[in-house]
Design a protein around this ligand. Structure first.
Ligand code: GRF
Length: 199
C-alpha cells in the first residue's frame, strides 16, 4: 500500500511506523506526510527520512476558493496514488471530501478507550488530564476508522492499561504512547496481510 500520514505534532507515532518499515515489519511505502503545522516534529521526521511533505493550511493557500482548497488534498493524494491514510496526532478535522473518497481507508489513533474520553476538545494532554481527573482505573488506546463523526468510526483495536494511583497526565501519556507505538504498526500489518479487511 501507499500510505500518507497526517500529523501536526511531535510525530512519535509517525516515527514508530517508519521504524516498523525500516525493521522490515511493514511492507507498505510511506509516500507522504500532510500537516497543518510546518514547524512540527513530524515534518523534521519526514525530512530526515526523505519523505515528501505538504503543509496544507489556509495560510499557505489564501487565494484558493473553499472548494479548491478542499480539492487540493484529493489532488495531492491522487498524485501520490495513496491507498491508506493514517492520522497520527492530526489536529484538524479531515475534510469531508477526503473522508468520502477514502471511505474505510482512513485510520486514527486515539489515546484513550473510546467512546470514553473522545469528542470535542479531547485531544493531546486534555485526554490524559480528563482520565486522571475522572478517577478512571483504566485507560488505553483506540485505533479506529474515520468517518464524518468525530471519534465515532468503527473501532479496529483497543488495548487497555491500568491507571496507577500515582499517575499524572504525563506519566499516563508516556505509557499510552508506548502502547500506541507498538500497536499502530500492528494494525497496518494486519491490513497488509489481509487479516484485517477494510470493507
Ligand atoms: C497520540 O497520543 C495520538 O493518540 C493522538 O495524538 C498523539 C500524537 O502523538 N491522536 P505523536 O505526535 O505521534 O507523538
Amino acid at each position: 500500500m501507499n500510505i500518507c500520514v497526517f500529523a501536526s505534532g511531535g510525530g512519535s507515532n509517525f516515527n514508530a511506523l517508519l521504524q516498523a518499515k525500516k525493521d522490515g515489519f511493514l511492507n507498505s511505502d510511506f509516500k507522504l506526510l500532510i500537516t497543518n503545522n510546518s514547524h512540527c516534529g513530524a515534518v523534521d521526521i519526514a525530512l530526515a527520512n526523505d519523505i515528501d511533505y505538504y503543509h496544507i493550511s489556509k495560510k499557505v493557500f489564501p487565494d484558493l476558493s473553499e472548494s479548491d482548497f478542499h480539492k487540493l488534498y484529493v489532488d495531492i493524494l491522487d498524485e501520490y496514488e495513496i491507498d491508506l491514510i493514517l492520522l497520527a496526532g492530526y489536529m484538524k478535522m479531515v475534510d469531508t471530501i477526503v473522508i468520502r473518497k477514502f471511505k474505510n481507508r482512513i485510520i486514527n489513533i486515539h489515546p484513550a478507550l473510546l467512546p470514553s474520553f473522545g469528542g470535542k476538545g479531547m485531544y493531546g494532554m486534555n485526554v490524559h488530564k480528563a482520565v486522571i481527573e475522572s478517577g478512571a482505573k483504566e485507560s488505553g488506546i483506540t485505533i479506529h476508522l474515520v468517518d464524518e463523526f468525530y471519534d465515532k468510526g468503527k473501532i479496529l483495536l483497543q488495548k487497555k492499561l491500568a491507571v496507577n494511583e500515582d499517575d499524572n497526565e504525563h506519566t499516563l501519556q508516556k505509557r499510552v504512547l508506548e502502547l500506541e507505538h507498538k500497536y499502530y504498526p500492528q494494525v497496518v500489518k494486519q491490513i497488509e496481510t489481509g487479516e484485517l479487511i477494510l470493507e
